[in-house]
Design a binder for this molecule. Structure first.
Ligand SMILES: Nc1ncnc2c1ncn2[C@@H]1O[C@H](COP(=O)(O)OP(=O)(O)OP(=O)(O)O)[C@@H](O)[C@H]1O
Ligand SMILES: N[C@@H](Cc1ccc(O)cc1)C(=O)O
Length: 449
C-alpha cells in the first residue's frame, strides 16, 4: 500500500475529509501544504483541524509545508466573512508572523512525542517523518512586478470563475460589497500553490472547508500552466470540516471565539475545559479528528463513556489528548488534576471538590503549586484583602467595574468556598485559599495566604 493511501484511510476513518478532488487509490502525493495568514499572534483550535491531515502526512513520511501568508495577510481573505478585514499595522503583522512561526516550528517534536505515546501506526507503510518545512509567501511576492503578475497569472484566470466562488458571491450580495484586493486574494493563493508545485513538487493543498474556492483556484491555475505534467504529477485539493460551536458558528478569530494554542493566551486548564461541556456526539467526532489515538482506543473510550455517560469520559479523553499534543503530557496531567480539584464530585474544604474515589485533598502549599501558573489563580495581597467583595473582584480584574461585580453578586451567581455570596459589600476574612465560582462552570482560586 502506498504511503498516501495508508494516510488517506486514516483521514477518512477520522472524518477529516470534507471535500477533495475525486479520490483514486493511485493518488501520487509528492508534497502537501496548508497556509495560515498571521492575522493573530497564535494558532487556534480551529486551525488545528486543518493541520491534522498535515500531521498524518508528516507521520507517514510525506514532505509537508506550512505556509505563512505574510503577503496575503496584507489583502485579507474574504472566505467565510461578511465584511472586509481591518488592516493590521506592519509591526503587528511581523510579531504575529514570528509567534506563529515559533508555534509551527515546535509542533513536529510535540507531535512525534504524542504519536509515540499513542502508539500511532502507519498501516501498511514503512515511514519515518521528514522535515516539516516552513515557507513565507512574501519571499516570492516582495520582488514581484505587477505587470509580470498580471501577465503570468491574470492572463490565465477567468473572471467568471473568480466571481462564482462562494467567498465572492456571498460578499457581492452584501451591502458592503467586496474590494478589488479581496477579489484578487484567490489569485495570490493560487499562485502560491503554483510556486510550491514548481519549486518544491507540492501537489496537494489542504485547508478548512471555507478554503475550497481558493484551493481549487490553485489547482485550475496549475493545470492551465502545466497541462502536460498532469499525467505524471497531477494536483489535488482537500478540505477538512469546519470546527463549529454548538450553535454552528465557526471557531476562529473573526467570530471572536478562538481558543488559542499558545499557553500564554489560553492556559492548559482553559484549553482542557473548552472541551468538557461539548455534547457527546460532537465530542466523539472531535475525539476522532483531533487525536492520534488508535481505532481500538477510540472504540474503548466510547464504549466506556456510554456505560455511564455522566462521567463525560469522551470529553475528558479529548481534552487530555489535545492538551497533550499541543502543550505536552505534563501540562495535560496538570490540567486534568486542576479540573478534578475544581470540578470533581465531592465537596472539600475551601470550595475544592474531589471525586469520591480520590478524596485526599492536597495541602494548601501543594494546592498553590498546582494552580499558581494557571490563568484561574488570583493572589489577594494585603492591600486588597480588607475591602468590600465587589471592589475586590474589580481590583483583581475579574470584573471590569464594581457595578458589574455587584450585579453578579446580587443575582446569586457567585459562591466562595461553597457559600453563595449575595452582599457586594461584605469584607472577607479568609486566610487561606478559596474557590470562587461564577455561574455553572467558571472557577477561580483566590489565594489569601
Ligand atoms: N473553525 C475552524 N475549523 C476548521 N478549520 C479552520 C477553522 N478556522 C480556521 N480554519 C482553517 O485554518 C486555516 C488557516 O486559517 P486562518 O488562520 O488564516 O484564518 P481563520 O482562523 O479562518 O481566520 P478568521 O477566523 O479570521 O476567518 C484555514 O485552512 C482555515 O480554513
Ligand atoms: N487563505 C488562508 C490562508 C492561506 C494563505 C496563502 C496560502 O497560499 C494558503 C492559505 C486563510 O485565510 O485561511
Amino acid at each position: 500500500m502506498s504511503r498516501f493511501l495508508a494516510c488517506w484511510r486514516q483521514l477518512t476513518a477520522r472524518s477529516l475529509v470534507s471535500n477533495s478532488s475525486p479520490f483514486q487509490s493511485s493518488w501520487n502525493v509528492q508534497g502537501a501544504y496548508s497556509g495560515v495568514d498571521p492575522t493573530a499572534g497564535s494558532l487556534h483550535v480551529g486551525n488545528l483541524v486543518a493541520l491534522m491531515p498535515l500531521i498524518h502526512l508528516y507521520l507517514h513520511g510525506i514532505p509537508v509545508y506550512s505556509l505563512i501568508g505574510d503577503a496575503t495577510v496584507q489583502l485579507g481573505d474574504p472566505s467565510g466573512r461578511t465584511t472586509g478585514r481591518h488592516e493590521l499595522k506592519q509591526d503587528v503583522r511581523n510579531r504575529n508572523k514570528e509567534n506563529i512561526e515559533k508555534q509551527i516550528l515546535s509542533l513536529p517534536e510535540k507531535v512525534i512525542t504524542y504519536a509515540k505515546d499513542c502508539q500511532y501506526k502507519c498501516e501498511g507503510a514503512d515511514a519515518s517523518p521528514l522535515t516539516w518545512n516552513i515557507v513565507h509567501n512574501l519571499d516570492w511576492y516582495k520582488n514581484m512586478n505587477l505587470l509580470t503578475f498580471l501577465n503570468e497569472v491574470g492572463r490565465q484566470a477567468r473572471v467568471s470563475q473568480m466571481l462564482a466562488r462562494d467567498s465572492v458571491t456571498s460578499r457581492l450580495q452584501s451591502s458592503s460589497g467586496i474590494s478589488f484586493s479581496e477579489l484578487t486574494y484567490q489569485l495570490l493563493q493560487a499562485y502560491d500553490f503554483l510556486h510550491l508545485y514548481k519549486n518544491h513538487k507540492v501537489n496537494l493543498q489542504i485547508g478548512g472547508s471555507d478554503q475550497w474556492g481558493n484551493i481549487t483556484a490553485g489547482t485550475d491555475l496549475i493545470r492551465r500552466f502545466y497541462p502536460k505534467s498532469m499525467t505524471k504529477s497531477p494536483v489535488y485539493a482537500l478540505t477538512t470540516p469546519l470546527l463549529t460551536t454548538a450553535n454552528g458558528q465557526k471557531f476562529g478569530k473573526s467570530a471572536g471565539n478562538a481558543i488559542w494554542l499558545d499557553p500564554s493566551l489560553t492556559d492548559s486548564y482553559s484549553l482542557y475545559q473548552s472541551f468538557i461541556s461539548l455534547p457527546d456526539d460532537i465530542a466523539s467526532k472531535y475525539l476522532d479528528m483531533l487525536t492520534l489515538l488508535s481505532s481500538e482506543d477510540l472504540e474503548s473510550i466510547k464504549s466506556k463513556h456510554f456505560q455511564n455517560s455522566s462521567s463525560r469520559f469522551i470529553q475528558h479523553s479529548l481534552a487530555f489528548n489535545v492538551v497533550h499534543m499541543v502543550h505536552g503530557k505534563e501540562s495535560a496531567k496538570l490540567a486534568q488534576l486542576q479540573t478534578e480539584l475544581l470540578h470533581g464530585s465531592h465537596p472539600a474544604p475551601f470550595g475544592f471538590s474531589v471525586s469520591a474515589e480520590n478524596s485526599i485533598l492536597p495541602s494548601v502549599d501543594k494546592l498553590k503549586d498546582i494552580f499558581k501558573t494557571s490563568n484561574c489563580y488570583y493572589k489577594v495581597d494585603s492591600s486588597t484583602d480588607a475591602i468590600p467583595f465587589s471592589r475586590l473582584l474589580r481590583e483583581l480584574g475579574i470584573y471590569i467595574s464594581r457595578k458589574e461585580a455587584s450585579e453578579h453578586i446580587r443575582s446569586g451567581a457567585i459562591s466562595l468556598a461553597h457559600e453563595t455570596v449575595v452582599d457586594p459589600n461584605i469584607i472577607l476574612t479568609h486566610k487561606d485559599l478559596a474557590v470562587l465560582r461564577i455561574g455553572g462552570r467558571r472557577a477561580l482560586i483566590l489565594d489569601f495566604t
